[in-house]
Design a protein around this ligand. Structure first.
Ligand code: IVH
Length: 673
């Protein structure tokens, strides 16, 4: 049995250890023990306190959550008023702020600023008496706030007791209570499951969670705290700079924002602003701007206050990311892949730093989920470089007559049928190359490296060729002439000649590459290889219906349907005929037997050095088309090493392991090229 004396000693040791680990975890963000060890310490303390209730103190780490809910919050008077900040919305307003500060101080010397992210939560005051958390209060109107001590005590990053030495006998630390994006999303997901209230943003969630009469609810909400200011200070002195005070806060166990910096002059401020704007989306919590504070406290004192804000600090706000406007109409845009995207035409509105008159509605599922109708008032969001989107409808403003959004049956660009597959959110135009919206993308894909590999025929050039009316279908590529190409922007005689030559070579391809190049929906490189190997000839494949296609190993019903649908379209036959007429050809040899295993089945190949007559990708495709596998490195499992010019270390490795070597001639014979 533990004696009272031993227990008292152990309890003190445990509390010190737990407080130290809290500090390492929350303030320094550098935990030294795993969570399980921490939990063990806490449980031991709980057990001892249950055994010896007289040892329980208010500041024990076990005493964060009190048991009795309050009837109401008490009121608290802030001895030092809790001020707010003036805002600057652009660079000029920040420069004006600095100019005014210089004028008042009469010093032309560059000022130093403490620059901090502006957290989007709620301001809080924490009074520590002799290092013990005595009171937590909301800002309220700045003079009178609410006593939320019970709730504040449940926030793990708020120390119940300060650590270290030299803190004033009375210290009122101030800062922000906030909720991380992750916790916010979790909370809302949980609320949605239980059909409870969904919070509009992390700020509201933090405020709603803190203002709970039952602290157990607050305890379940994952709130966090950063200190950035102070109020009353008695029985001790703070250092002479804001940044130094925050450093002391940290030593005493008060969490401060690791993004805080000291910067020089207005240019330093603006640089900080840009850095934080760029980093904003990656921060785990929401910020709505940055704050600049004159770092020297003596200068702060000289500058003083106006009304409810200090003259020594300013909030430089990011442009608001959300705004309200009216949705006039919904139109459908056909993307490069044929996907139909509903686009909201809006009453122009200034949001996220730009005027927005179009916003995406993503797809019909989203339109239905959000119940967006033409004539509605909507919330539009534009964050960073992200495409503006319609976030939600303001139902309270819905007029009597709104029109529902309907998916068009035919493509607005080419008039082909629009298909929306069962269970898919995206609707697509079935026009393929026939649809001008998809033409560029399909031609670009046709020429891409793993398709017909026409080097030099990239996105920009395809764009030019299609716009100039020189290319409508892939077959047109093979009719391009040097003078035609040389006439184009950024194209000289020489590159035109090179391109025509590359195109010439590209005529000779493989069936797998050709199938992949056609851009059949659901047919990627591997599927193209599987199909080529299985059917051997294009004619055989074209004759196969969906039932025959699903018989092919690795081909499921979705792929089978897409392939069958493609070859069902007469205009796709025209595309293929035109390509063959233009001279596109492939060896019709790979007709592996429809039954039994392909010739290289189970064989593992490794390639080294450069092959003179084909690219690495071609060599790989050739091996795969015959059922072989290609590996990146030589091992005991390797069957053959294909050796090209200037082979690498793989050759020595293969020799060591006694693996079969094959030169290019032998390799081509194997592939029957
Ligand atoms: S300093 C006298 N620093 O912004 C200066 N405030 O608009 C008092 N806020 O009520 C505030 N991050 O809730 C300061 N790093 C920061 C801040 C910050 C967020 C909030 C705070 C304040 C409001 C003023």
């Amino acid at each position: 049995m533990t004696s009272h004396g031993d227990a008292a000693h152990r309890v003190r040791t445990l509390r010190d250890q737990i407080n130290q680990h809290n500090y390492l975890y929350y303030v320094l963000d550098a935990p030294e023990i795993p969570d399980s060890d921490y939990d063990r310490l806490l449980r031991e303390l709980q057990t001892l306190e249950r055994q010896f209730p007289e040892l329980v103190t208010r500041d024990s780490p076990t005493q964060r959550v009190g048991a009795t809910p309050l009837a109401e919050f008490g009121q608290v008077r802030h001895e030092v008023p809790m001020l707010s900040l003036d805002n600057a919305f652009d660079e000029q307003e920040v420069r004006d702020f600095e100019r005014r500060a210089h004028e008042r101080l009469g010093t032309p010397a560059q000022l130093e600023y403490a620059a901090e992210p502006k957290l989007d939560g709620l301001a809080i005051s924490l009074v520590y008496e002799h290092g013990m958390l005595a009171r937590g209060a909301t800002r309220g109107d700045g003079t009178v706030g609410e006593d939320v001590t019970q709730n504040i005590r449940t926030i793990p990053s708020v120390p119940l007791r300060l650590i270290g030495k030299g803190f004033p006998a009375l210290l009122e630390a101030r800062g922000e209570i906030f909720m991380s994006r992750k916790s916010f999303e979790k909370l809302n997901a949980r609320a949605a499951r239980k059909n409870e209230k969904i919070f509009a943003n992390p700020r509201n969630a933090a405020a709603g969670s803190l203002r709970q009469l039952d602290a157990r609810i607050t305890a379940s909400r994952s709130l966090e705290f950063f200190a950035y200011a102070w109020g009353q200070v008695r029985g001790g002195k703070l250092p002479g700079r804001h940044s130094e005070v925050l450093a002391r806060f940290r030593d005493w166990g008060l969490r401060t924002n690791p993004e805080n910096r000291v910067v020089h002059g207005v240019d330093g401020c603006l640089q900080f602003y840009r850095q934080m704007a760029a980093k904003r989306e990656r921060l785990p919590y929401q910020i709505d701007g940055v704050v600049y504070k004159v770092d020297r406290l003596d200068l702060q004192q000289q500058l003083g206050f106006v009304a409810r804000a200090p003259r020594w600090a300013i909030a430089h706000k990011f442009p608001a990311e959300e705004a309200m406007t009216v949705l006039r109409a919904v139109e459908f845009q056909v993307g490069r892949t044929g996907a139909l995207t509903p686009v909201a035409r809006l009453e122009p509105v200034f949001v996220g730093g730009a005027t927005v008159s179009n916003a995406t509605l993503h797809n019909m599922d989203e339109v239905e989920r959000k119940d967006v109708r033409m004539g509605d008032t909507v919330i539009v969001r534009r964050a960073g470089d992200v495409i503006p989107e319609v976030v939600s409808v303001v139902l309270t403003r819905r007029p009597k007559s709104t029109r529902r959004v309907r998916l068009p049956r035919i493509c607005p660009v080419c008039g082909s049928q629009v298909l929306r597959l069962e269970g898919e959110a995206v609707a697509r135009c079935s026009g393929g190359l026939y649809c001008a919206a998809q033409r560029k993308e399909l031609i670009r894909h046709f020429a891409s490296r793993r398709a017909l590999n026409i080097e030099g025929l990239g996105e920009k050039l395809v764009e030019q060729l299609v716009d100039a009316g020189l290319v409508h279908t892939p077959a047109d590529i093979f009719r391009l002439t040097v003078p035609q190409l040389a006439d184009l922007e950024r194209m000289g005689e020489k590159s035109a000649k090179n391109l025509v030559q590359t195109i010439e070579h590209a005529r000779h391809t493989t069936l797998a590459r050709f199938l992949y190049a056609l851009g059949i929906r659901e047919v990627g490189e591997t599927t193209a290889q599987v199909l080529a190997r299985h059917f051997g000839t294009l004619e055989a494949l074209m004759k196969a219906d969906a039932t025959a296609l699903v018989q092919v190993p690795d081909v499921g019903p979705v792929v089978a349907a897409a392939v069958a649908a493609y070859f069902h379209e007469p205009h796709n036959h025209q595309v293929i005929d035109a390509l063959r007429k233009a001279g596109v050809q492939w060896p019709e040899h790979v007709s592996a037997p429809l039954t039994g295993s392909p010739p290289l089945s189970g064989k593992i190949f490794v390639l080294t050095g450069t092959l003179a007559s084909m690219t690495r990708d071609d060599a790989k495709a050739g091996i795969q088309a015959l059922g072989g596998k290609v590996s990146g490195s030589v091992s005991k499992k390797t069957d053959y090493l294909v050796v090209g010019a200037e082979p690498g270390s793989k050759l020595a490795e293969a020799r060591k392991l006694g693996i079969g070597l094959m030169d290019e001639v032998a390799f081509k014979r194997l592939l029957k090229l």
